[in-house]
Design a protein around this ligand. Structure first.
Ligand code: PAF
Length: 282
């Protein structure tokens, strides 16, 4: 495995892979890898010849009062995990390498970025769309892997790829959870023991709604209410919404198309998101 920090070297190394007709898989990450990232790497290894993992805490997707400065970082540990997982290339540039002085061009997503997290994190998805396009341009992957936990991000990346005719296949990999249900996230490390216990209410609420859906509940408000009922102990709920998986608009009532039941909430000062997909049988 090689760790590469410059655009120049990345292009050189990847040119060799392309000349050898290798299929390239990209797993974009912000590092501090967990089982969720390892599932993305495993999916990439199964579907490509060369897996590239990018590790870059992207400043343009953080708001001014968000956790850019404290976002967990441990490149040595990440490199070890990547090596053990069979990654070929870790791309870990510094900020100046990707955002040199005078950088001023951004990718602006449309309507899909205006709901859910987009309401509470203005500019976040502009930063995500920009860095993902830059990584696609640098790595030129045949296929790229994103976790379902960031459901809105997946929808926006797919839209950007379609709208800008980017030659990459986007694969969404199911959320990996702790044994008790908590969705894996690098931010879980911020949680104290008591917060960690309270954070479980989010997945518990989603699963409770999912169970009611399985036995026939199709009322959108009722499903949302089931989640909300579990969130008493949560410090600040930003949203619980059931949205159409394609448009991210509020799901139609009664539910007749695949929908994502999504939640975002603060436990202490840690913002957590999670979702499940509900698929009515047609
Ligand atoms: O999901 C993430 O970790 C980030 O949003 C991504 C896709 C790596 C872009 O910085």
């Amino acid at each position: 495995m090689q760790t590469i920090t410059t655009v120049l070297e990345l292009r050189q190394v990847l040119a060799e892979a392309v000349n050898a007709d290798k299929r390239i898989g990209l797993v974009p990450t912000m590092g501090y890898l967990h089982e969720g990232h390892l599932a993305l790497i495993e999916a990439s290894r199964a579907q490509s010849d060369v897996t590239v993992v990018s590790i870059f805490v992207n400043p343009t997707q953080f708001g001014p009062s968000e956790d850019l400065a404290t976002y967990p970082r441990d490149l040595v540990r990440d490199e070890r995990l990547c090596r053990e997982a069979g990654v070929a290339i870790v791309f870990a540039p510094n900020v100046q390498e990707l955002y040199p002085t005078h950088f001023e061009t951004f990718v602006e997503p449309g309507e899909l970025a205006n709901s859910l997290c987009g309401v509470f994190r203005p500019g976040h998805f502009r930063g995500v769309a920009t860095i993902v396009c830059k990584l696609f341009n640098l790595v030129r992957p045949d296929v790229a892997f994103f976790g379902q936990k960031d459901f809105q991000q997946c929808a926006i990346v797919r839209r950007v790829v379609a709208d800008l005719n980017l030659p990459v296949e986007v694969i969404t990999v199911p959320t990996v959870r702790e044994p008790d249900g908590l969705a894996m996230s690098s931010r879980n490390r911020y949680l104290g023991e008591e917060e960690r216990r309270r954070a479980l209410a989010i997945s518990r609420g989603l699963f409770a709604a999912g169970a009611e859906f399985q036995i026939g509940e199709r009322n959108v408000e009722a499903l949302v209410a089931i989640v909300r009922r579990q969130l008493d102990e949560i410090d600040r709920v930003q949203y619980v919404e059931l949205v159409d998986t394609d448009t991210l608009k509020p799901a139609t009532r009664p539910l007749s198309r695949p929908a994502a039941l999504c939640a975002a909430a603060y436990v202490g000062s840690t913002r957590l998101i999670d979702n499940i997909i509900l698929k009515p049988k047609v």
